[in-house]
Design a protein around this ligand. Structure first.
Ligand code: UDP
Length: 331
């Protein structure tokens, strides 16, 4: 019999690709999403969609009573670093309170497996790079701290009630379905690659590079970009790992290669053949210099093997999506 998996936040960028991947691997899929930032059109209609908020325990209980759910994939946290700096309570409310309600409802319904989207922002400014899974955690923004709190809550909840979890600390999720049928569509868009491509297609005149005085080779921030489908695959491996009876764990997910903002712009110029005007702007709040993952444990223990191993291919998928859907899911 097929296992039923609930994706909380399944209408979002990462969630919608997760739903697709689960369906492709023959899981039965339920989506819970309040559509505050996601798109109903992004959810494959083969998944059963419930509109509601993860902070609403009653809503979750109703879904859990109706559906025979084996595992939950939690992807519905807020995730914009500068917004979290300006409005931390919004982040602690949605992210931390949402996690508590979800775990209460899972405990009450005896749902034993949870895969959680965590983040590289949990590390803050790392002491060494690439960052191993067990590096010290010292977030420099409320977003990263909210996710670290969520990880800690899961740890104690596992000990007390036996809800097993895998937290996957993503570095920078990027790219789209290769055929351009699904992709990234945020309002407002704050992420680098979609903004670069907006500039390439002429929806904005100039890209702003937020600071060129960081402690990096070219002065711009270095990030580790991972393709969205590789991320989704890691969740399925994590699910299999837990269902096989393995203990809760936390893994970094990155390509282990860093690219600076300027290098991303160069890659996008090559992919698109467009000029992409760019100018240096002031630093953005909450940005660490360099975030690059050491993902060796995810590769070894989960058997994760990312398929997209170069930035050109990742940007190419995002560009295909952008050309087919210049206004995202509104097209
Ligand atoms: N960035 C930039 N201009 C933009 C958007 C982002 O220079 O218009 C930089 C940002 O400062 C960071 C990197 O691009 O160093 C990646 O930012 P993004 O928001 O995509 O992801 P984050 O690393 O914050 O999760």
């Amino acid at each position: 019999m097929k296992q039923t998996v609930m994706v909380a936040g399944g209408a979002g960028y990462i969630g919608s690709h997760m739903v697709q991947q689960l369906l492709d691997e023959d899981y039965d899929v339920v989506v819970a999403d309040n559509l505050s930032t996601g798109h109903q059109k992004a959810i494959n209609p083969a998944a059963r969609f419930y509109e509601g908020d993860t902070r609403d325990k009653q809503f979750l209980q109703q879904v859990f009573q109706k559906e025979d759910i084996t595992a939950v994939i939690h992807m519905d946290a807020f995730s914009i670093v500068p917004e979290s700096v300006k409005d931390p309570l919004k982040y602690f409310d949605n992210n931390v309170i949402g996690m508590i309600a979800l775990l209460e409802a899972m405990r009450d319904q005896d749902i034993k497996y949870l895969i959680f989207s965590s983040t590289a922002a949990a590390f803050g400014n790392p002491q060494k790079t690439p960052i191993p899974d067990d590096a010290p955690k010292d977030p420099i923004n409320p977003y990263g701290d909210s996710k670290l709190m969520m990880e800690k809550i899961m740890k104690w909840v596992d000990q007390a009630y036996g809800i097993k979890y895998v937290a996957l600390r993503y570095f920078n999720a990027a790219g789209a379905m290769a055929d351009g049928s699904m992709g990234e569509d945020h309002t407002p868009e704050t992420h680098l690659i979609p903004i670069v491509l907006k500039t390439a297609i002429g929806q904005q005149a100039t890209l702003q590079i937020y600071g060129d005085d960081y402690n990096t080779p070219d002065g711009t921030n270095v990030r580790d970009y991972v393709h969205i489908l590789d991320l989704a695959k890691a969740h399925i491996l994590a699910l299999k790992y837990l269902i096989a009876g393995n203990p809760s764990d936390i893994f970094n997910l990155g390509s282990s290669t860093g690219f600076s903002v300027k290098e991303i712009v160069e890659a996008a110029r090559k992919v698109t053949g467009k000029e992409i005007p760019a100018k240096i702007a002031p630093r953005r709040d909450g940005d660490p210099d360099i975030l690059v993952a050491d993902s060796s444990r995810a590769r070894k223990i989960l058997g994760w093997q990312p398929q997209y191993d170069n930035i050109h291919d990742i940007v190419q998928t995002a560009w295909t999506w952008k050309q087919k859907h210049p206004n995202g899911y509104n097209d």
